[in-house]
Design a binder for this molecule. Structure first.
Ligand code: GAL
Length: 695
């Protein structure tokens, strides 16, 4: 396929299916599976993810027969294949002939074979065999009519995302050499004059294993970057083989939601389709809120293009301490949530529940009780329902709000113990800021700190610890064109080498925000301070900062208690023409405080806010050129009544709306209406006033 035309999955419907492990079952069961898949509306399965040992039982001696047969059985049943390259786990013979490819932990201990993903990402032997196996798979099945998508490896970074072995150290040194050119460059970047860390030979540098005390923070940050890059190289190696042998087939690897260890901006750029594995905990009634942030990331990784939820659980997982099943209806609403957020389908781990091994207690679409199992009944019912949503395939989510996700800042603010406080947590901040915007009714995209911010009215940056001039310029341009920007605490602190910006934080953001941080002022454990915003006090238990405020910057909130009482806590600096503004929040406010602040920010951007709020209500619009598809979801068990535009058709029921909609426990509607200039904004009904009907 020509260079810039994106390859896409070969499937002309919303994807429905799951991981399939036929090598755990007999041929008789395969035939039954094919029948039941057809009955359930399954049109795509992922396989053979962990089957390298079954495909190449002895070095160089392949056994394709069983997989040939499975692929044909599935194809005849109308089920397409997300074909794994089978490189997620090495066979034992490879490990035993090359034990040096096993990964090491931070303490320099070699991890044993006996689970999965037992490889060092940098191992040359592993890389050689991965390329060989990928080529063998591509040559064998590249022409198979059922092949819909390449599934490379599996969840890079699951189990092993960093390796501290000698091979990794050598690879780390090569990576550092490419980054810094010479040892002087590295020594300067790492600030080695502190604690006598100067290096006089490349061979002296190791992966940062556990040391006598806190390790050089820039070494740690570079090791995070390197480790993400090492796995990306491994991914790219397979992509290169697949593009050579099967240039028309789209490639993916399944992500693990908002994962710290890998820079998914880089991974997504290398592949054709973003896919994600998401396991919101059914025991957590608010799990759909961080899930919404994950999905916002997934759709944003390729600029709003549809993605695919490749794994979720039909009911319980088996890897938490306590694995609570999904209550009836929960799998459906979780699946609809992913689709609402731009997923072109809903897939599962796995199709048939295993009877042995590590995952025998993990639920599946087809539970141990087979056709009679509740999971199969719900699978079948949802498969039928999905047919009614065919029109949403390929449409895009409309969002006016974006949240900056920056892996460098995540790593930098968490890799080292040498920080003002260990309590300021990058992920917790991102989730809290997103949760407030979610509660106020806005789906949130994610974006890099350099943009593009086109199409957004509000951009929030929960944390940008590592910041540079290019990011500052992009954010300033957003404000200059009328955007509302909100930046969170401990931002603009260091440059890419973890050197504190001249003059301190917020470094390159100083003139944009119009503030200077004299000193971060973390709050001691157990102490609860307060921030005053418009006369209301909000809890602040983690972090504060001594701010100096420039002329022209308005103070919007002040510390109300503690040493900083009376000083600025949140500020707002209007753009030259007053239309845009750059807000700075130096505290970690309790949720109600964030809600209060973001209400103001959204209002300043001219965006509606939901009032009253109920975080169980979620409304998201996917659109094409002519139609808006508004998903209205009730993630809770209590009934919700919402005001909706009249005259839209609920695709799930075929019924037209008359202005008000009541959604029961885990209830959902997908409202199709002609495309409007702005996506419908759905609010809870004021049940005291009668519904207004469209004229
Ligand atoms: C994923 C993995 C699957 C399966 C699943 C269970 O992390 O990709 O193979 O183990 O978890 O929840």
């Amino acid at each position: 396929m020509a260079g810039d035309i994106p390859r896409s999955i070969r499937l002309d419907a919303l994807a429905y299916g799951g991981d399939y492990n036929p090598d755990q079952w007999s041929e008789e069961v395969w035939l039954e599976d094919a029948r039941l898949m057809r009955e359930a509306g399954v049109n795509l399965v992922s396989l053979p993810v962990f089957s390298w040992p079954q495909l190449e039982p002895q070095p160089g001696a392949y056994d394709w027969g069983w997989l040939d047969r499975v692929m044909d059985v599935l194809w005849e049943a109308g089920v397409r294949i997300d074909l794994a390259t089978a490189t997620a786990t090495p066979p034992s013979w490879l490990i035993r002939s090359h034990p040096e490819m096993l990964p090491w932990d931070e303490d320099g201990r070699r991890l044993e074979f006996g689970s999965r993903q037992a490889y060092c990402p940098s191992s040359p032997v592993w890389r050689e065999h991965v390329a060989r196996m990928t080529r063998a798979m591509a040559e064998r099945y590249g022409e198979h009519p059922g092949l819909a998508l390449w599934h490379v490896s599996n969840e890079y970074g699951d189990h092993v995302s960093r390796c501290w072995c000698p091979e990794s150290s050598a690879h780390f040194r090569r990576w550092l050499e490419a980054r810094y050119g010479d040892l002087d460059g590295l020594n300067d970047a790492w600030g080695v004059n502190v604690w006598g860390q100067r290096y006089t030979a490349w061979e002296h540098i190791e992966a940062p294993r556990r040391a006598t005390g806190p390790v050089n923070p820039t070494q740690l940050l570079d090791f995070e970057r390197f480790s993400s890059d090492a796995l990306l190289e491994l991914f790219q190696l397979e992509i290169d083989v697949l593009r050579e042998v099967t240039p028309d087939i789209a490639v993916t690897t399944n992500f693990m939601s908002l994962l710290r260890d890998l820079d998914y901006w880089d991974f997504a750029a290398a592949e054709d389709l973003v896919t994600d594995d998401a396991y919101p905990d059914p025991a957590d009634p608010d799990a759909h809120v961080p899930a919404a942030l994950n999905y916002g990331l997934m759709r944003s990784l390729k600029g709003g293009r549809p993605w695919l939820l490749l794994e979720q659980a039909a009911s319980a997982v088996s890897w938490r301490d306590v694995n609570v099943p999904k209550a009836p209806g929960r799998m459906r609403i979780d699946s609809l949530q992913a689709i609402a957020h731009g997923s072109d389908g809903a897939m599962f781990f796995q199709w048939r529940q295993a009877r042995y091994g590590q995952e025998k207690f993990h639920s599946a679409m087809l539970g141990h009780r087979g056709e009679a199992s509740r999971s199969f009944q719900e699978t079948k019912a949802f498969g039928a329902e999905l047919q009614r949503l065919a029109a949403v395939r390929g449409t895009r989510v409309r969002s006016r709000v974006a949240l900056v996700v920056d892996w460098d800042s995540w790593w930098g603010s968490s890799a080292t113990e040498s920080l003002p406080s260990q309590r300021l947590n990058w992920l917790a901040q991102a989730r809290a800021w997103h949760a407030a915007l979610h509660a106020l009714g806005h789906p949130v995209d994610t974006v890099r700190a350099t943009g593009s911010f086109d199409g957004y009215d509000v951009v929030v940056v929960p944390n940008l610890y590592v910041a540079d001039a290019a990011q500052a310029a992009a954010l300033a341009a957003f404000v200059a064109r009328g955007g509302q920007l909100v930046v969170g605490p401990f931002s603009g602190v260091v440059d890419a080498t973890e050197t504190v910006h001249d003059g301190g934080a917020p470094g390159p953001l100083r003139s944009l925000l119009g503030v200077e941080v004299d000193e971060p002022w973390p709050i001691a454990d157990g102490q609860a301070e307060r921030v005053d915003l418009d006369g209301v006090g909000f809890g602040n238990a983690v972090w504060s900062e001594w701010l100096e405020v420039h002329d022209g910057t308005e103070v919007r909130a002040r510390y109300a208690t503690g040493e900083l009482a009376g000083r600025a806590a949140a500020t707002r600096r209007p753009s030259g023409d007053g239309a845009g503004a750059a807000w700075y929040l130096s505290a970690v406010l309790e949720p109600a405080g964030l809600l209060a602040l973001f209400r103001e920010v959204l209002a300043a951007a001219g965006l509606p806010v939901r009032s009253p709020i109920d975080s169980n209500l979620e409304a998201i619009t996917r659109s094409d050129a002519t139609t808006d598809y508004t998903f209205v979801l009730n993630h809770g068990r209590d009934e919700l009544t919402v005001d909706v535009p009249s005259g839209a058709e609920d695709l799930l029921t075929g019924i037209r709306t008359t202005g008000r909609l009541t959604l029961g426990r885990f209830g959902a509607a997908v409202l199709a209406a002609p495309r409007a200039d702005t996506a419908p904004f759905i609010t809870l009904s004021d049940t005291l006033t009668p519904p207004t009907e469209a004229p």
